[in-house]
Design a protein around this ligand. Structure first.
Ligand code: ATP
Ligand code: MG
Length: 413
């Protein structure tokens, strides 16, 4: 494991030992224990403790360490450590639930805390010696690659319907599967997802889209009717072929790319509709622009008006303006390449980028001032137009040095 991760683990360990020495039983809990047992780098480290939030804060204050009461009402204090934040949560037990959020009371039992977690593989605890506390058979399920609710699936989904999406998220990211009875219970409970806030739904969708078993999890989501509940705009019948989905899965293709691919497959090509979908899903403004750009890029590829090298390089520029450097090869091309009508043009553009992409990154040796001086044009739209012409010619390789550029512009005025 990397030293960066080691440092984060070491800081979590120190915090755990410090609370333990003060008499507060404390364990690593949930996702980080699961990931450590799988030999994966945990995304973050969470601690579960018998100490109450105010005791956690007082304890670390006395050691001159800062804490932030990030979720004090449900028992979470964030400890600021040199390697990053660590969430320390007081043991809890559920008192009441309404399908959206649980009302919790603080407890002092790790077993009760395990019972309110979603899946057995997420309900493990680890002490400072690396010993595992497993009250629900999570280690066994980890070995077998099984996704199993802690307790009765229907009851657990009714408490918090988001758990339905978490199931497909872990299916996609870990490749773990639920059994048939659980899947049947999921299909029955799916309508409950409608009460879940869009932010939480989108957060799970985003994690799911990056999974190495996306295709299989998506197909299961479709068969169970869950897909239609969270993405009613897209018809599951028009899903890309499994072979295409397999190309997207496990890539760093952001969730917006997967969504774009699903929409384009379903014939949703209109930038405005995509923008609306992004808004409904409460995606960031930048993701919304990226999603809409897929439609514009597709239109451009189909119109195939890319005669000169400059047209092709400008296409790459337009992608990068919306979604950052490298976004043609990492995001737009893998998705748009799914569609036969885009493929030919796309490969020509990528060819041009390979051969002449350095021109896009070069600093043009003529700026607005140089051009104004040489041409006598004043600042304004005409100067802007001439600069654009100059840049296109630069992209086409018509000139390279300042002298050549000024000569080119004069001769084509
Ligand atoms: P990630 O790798 O995304 O951080 P994670 O399993 O750590 O995955 P988190 O959302 O960080 O997921 O939650 C931390 C832990 O809290 C989970 O492992 C699980 O034990 C518990 N948990 C989170 N969300 C729920 C939920 N909706 N219902 C029950 N338990 C939950
Ligand atoms: Mg986590």
């Amino acid at each position: 494991m990397s030293s960066a991760n080691d440092r984060r683990y070491q800081d979590a360990l120190k915090a755990m030992e410090s609370l333990e020495q003060a008499g507060f039983a404390t364990r690593l809990a949930g996702g980080c224990v699961r990931d450590r047992l799988l030999g994966k780098l945990p995304y973050d480290y969470d601690l579960a403790t018998v100490a109450r939030p105010e005791e956690v804060m007082a304890h670390f204050r006395a050691k001159k360490l800062s804490t932030v009461p990030t979720g004090a009402d449900h028992g979470t204090i964030t400890l600021v450590t040199p390697s990053g934040p660590i969430e320390i949560t007081t043991l809890r037990k559920d008192v009441a639930t309404d399908g959206r959020r649980a009302e919790v009371a603080f407890g002092s039992s790790f077993a009760e805390d395990a019972a309110r977690r979603d899946f057995t593989i997420n309900a493990l605890f680890e002490d400072s010696q690396g010993r595992i506390d497993d009250y629900v058979g999570g280690q066994d399920d980890l070995k077998r690659g099984v996704l199993r609710f802690v307790g009765d699936p229907t009851t657990r989904m009714r408490e918090d319907y988001l758990r339905i999406l978490r199931l497909f998220r872990f299916w996609s990211t870990l490749g773990f599967r639920p059994d048939a009875a659980t899947l049947a219970a999921v299909a029955d409970a799916k309508d409950g997802l409608k009460v879940i806030s869009q932010e939480r739904v989108t957060q799970e969708w985003t994690k799911m889209a990056a999974g190495k078993c996306l295709a299989e999890a998506l197909q299961a989501m479709i068969s169970g009717g869950v897909f239609a509940t969270i993405l009613p705009e897209v018809s599951p019948c028009t899903m890309p072929a499994t072979a295409e989905l397999l190309k997207w899965q496990g890539t760093t293709l952001p969730a917006v790319g997967v969504l774009a691919g699903l929409c384009l497959s379903d014939g949703i090509h209109d930038a405005k509709r995509l923008q609306k979908l992004a808004e409904r899903m409460r995606m960031s403004r930048s993701d919304a622009r990226t999603l809409a750009h897929f439609a514009q890029a597709r239109d451009a590829l189909i119109a195939a008006k890319f005669k000169e090298t400059a047209d092709k390089l400008e296409f790459v520029d337009s992608c990068e303006q919306v979604a950052g450097q490298g976004s043609l090869s990492k995001l737009f091309a893998p998705v748009l390449g799914t569609f036969a009508e885009c493929r030919q043009m796309l490969s020509e553009i990528q060819g041009a980028e390979m051969q002449f992409g350095h021109r896009r990154h070069a600093v043009m040796p003529i700026n607005g001032k140089d051009l104004a001086k040489a041409s006598g044009l004043l600042q304004g739209p005409e100067l802007g137009r001439q600069l654009l012409r100059l840049k296109r010619a630069f992209y086409n390789g018509d000139w390279q040095t300042k002298e050549e550029g000024l000569h080119w512009i004069k001769s084509t005025f």
